[in-house]
Design a protein around this ligand. Structure first.
Ligand code: SF4
Length: 209
């Protein structure tokens, strides 16, 4: 008999052929009907296949579940975020939501990948005027700079009255472009601060607020 050659690294296991009798035996062993016909209750384990016995709940290991609104679009589908030891392990639609009733579109269903991607940016990057490179900066520094530039621009461009005397109290030097993931409350604050407070005219949003 020819000796069996050891498998080389990376070489796949040879496919073992199963006979028809093997398959029939496995099928009968898996099939719950004979067990139930022999008197076992269909409400007992007799109705389960061997594979069913090995199945475990998909989220058995989760120790926390939180709620979220899908970050992608204005539909505002509700999500459940499952975590284990502080790490997100699954995201799915929240069945309590009247909007999506437990479903998510493919984009919303991809939230888990987006949330846990190694490519996700988590630091402020700043490119100085005329520079050809990005620099990491603290978030507080970025917020202060945005506030300072906003005030400086408003001070330089604010118009109280037009030449014909019409009172406008506005600035055309600053604009806001929002995303559809902004919710009602955020848009209310944006409109109140930007239009009513700063006098900005151009406040635009993907969702046409
Ligand atoms: S799941 Fe889809 S439809 Fe729902 S909010 Fe997210 S992107 Fe919009």
């Amino acid at each position: 008999m020819k000796p069996r050659q050891p498998r080389k690294p990376g070489q796949s296991r040879p496919v073992l052929r199963r006979t028809l009798a093997d398959r029939a035996r496995d099928f009968l062993a898996e099939w719950s009907l004979p067990r139930q016909l022999s008197g076992e209750s269909p409400f007992s384990d007799a109705a389960k296949s061997r594979m069913s016995h090995t199945l475990r709940p998909r989220l058995e290991e989760a120790d926390t579940v939180g709620t979220n609104i899908c970050p992608y679009c204005a539909v505002g589908c509700a999500q459940l975020i499952y975590a284990k030891e502080g790490r997100v392990i699954h995201v799915e639609g929240d069945p309590r939501s009247p909007i999506n009733q437990g479903t998510l579109c493919p984009k919303g269903a991809a939230t888990f990948g987006w949330l846990t991607s190694e490519l996700r940016m988590s630091k402020v990057l700043y490119r100085a005027p005329h520079s050809d490179r990005w620099e990491e900066r603290p978030l507080d520094w970025a917020m202060d700079r945005i506030a300072q530039l906003t005030k400086q621009t408003r001070d330089e461009t604010f118009v109280e009255t037009l030449p014909d005397g019409t009172v406008v109290n506005h600035t055309l030097g600053i604009a806001s472009l929002g995303g559809a993931t902004l919710d009602n409350e955020e848009n209310y604050l944006i409109k109140k601060l930007f239009s009513g407070g700063l006098g900005m005219v151009w406040v635009e949003n993907q969702a046409r607020v």
